[in-house]
Design a protein around this ligand. Structure first.
Ligand code: GUN
Length: 283
């Protein structure tokens, strides 16, 4: 069997086209959706992510303001920036790029963001609403994964989904969204013993561990759907996922590549959340 490659670039393009039309309708009503991105420090991956987010906003006709600070920024200074953005009617979404420098308490920062502008879906109010299946901004990567499955007509209902990773950004929420779609969910993580014994039971495997090409055929049940959230560098410095693509594509039925799988979906869902927030402001 050779797996079908899930084309995240194509699906994200479709979503962005729909977002662009919604932006145009908002502009007719005098509203330009605005995203504020806050970047602290010099982390090079964060700089790349932020650049891509800004570029996408501009391509869709949205406003994007970058607030960039040195890694000496104090927590009080960051909280006061967030307060200003909360009160700025031109800004509909606030995204503070993580990780933050050690002197800043990430949780305090997330708590300070107005939930109505929480386009990352990280505020406890957003997380709580997501958990109980109420309307909420969904975290972008998990939401993007669910959209990919939907696009390829992969229905999680009754399937065993195994998630590797338990971060608040990806692992925990993607398991919850799968559960809401009636999957049976198992979480694995760094302390799981005999990881492969779990992953081999997965109809849908989501890997968010951050270890280059760890997942080979020996972890995969034949015919499984494999979603690779990893963003790693291989021995030659080339971008790669958690999954050994060439090897696993011999066994899986569907497989996301890195790059070009989950990554572009994260940005598309951020754009969608921002335009949704602007629309909510009109109601
Ligand atoms: N760092 C890694 N992924 C993300 C994300 O989706 N949002 C934010 N704010 N920071 C991140």
């Amino acid at each position: 069997m050779t797996a079908t490659t899930i084309d995240g670039r194509a699906v994200s393009q479709k979503i962005k086209e729909q977002v662009k039309m919604r932006v145009e309708r908002l502009k007719e009503q005098g509203v330009i959706p605005g995203l504020a991105v806050v970047l602290v420090g010099e982390d090079s991956a964060s700089h790349t992510y932020v650049k891509n987010k800004k570029k996408s906003c501009e391509a869709l006709g949205m406003r994007s303001d970058l607030h960039q600070f040195p890694d000496t920024l104090t927590e009080a200074e960051l909280l006061s920036t967030i307060e200003e953005l909360n009160n700025d009617p031109q800004i509909h979404g606030i995204l503070v790029q993580l990780p933050l420098p050690a002197q800043i308490d990430e949780f305090k920062v997330i708590l300070a963001i107005d939930p109505a502008k929480d386009v990352d879906g990280f505020h406890p109010i957003s997380v709580g609403n997501m958990m109980i299946g109420k309307e909420a901004f969904l975290p972008c990567t998990p939401h993007g994964i669910m959209k990919l499955l939907e696009h390829y007509d992969i229905n999680p209902a009754g399937k065993h989904t195994v998630v590797i990773g338990r971060s608040n950004i990806v692992g925990k929420p993607v398991g919850q969204l799968m559960l809401q779609k009636d999957a049976t969910v198992t979480y694995c993580h760094s302390k799981t013993t005999d990881l492969a014994s779990f992953t081999r039971q997965a109809d849908i495997l989501v890997s968010a561990i951050g270890r280059a090409k760890l997942i080979d055929q020996s972890f995969i049940k034949p015919g499984a759907v494999v979603i690779d959230v990893g963003m790693n560098r291989d021995e030659n410095g080339k971008l790669c996922g958690d999954v050994d693509f060439a090897d696993v594509s011999q066994t899986a039925s569907f497989l996301t590549p890195v790059p070009g799988g989950v990554g572009p979906m994260t940005i598309a869902m951020l754009m969608e959340n921002t335009v949704q927030s602007a629309e909510n402001g009109l109601q």
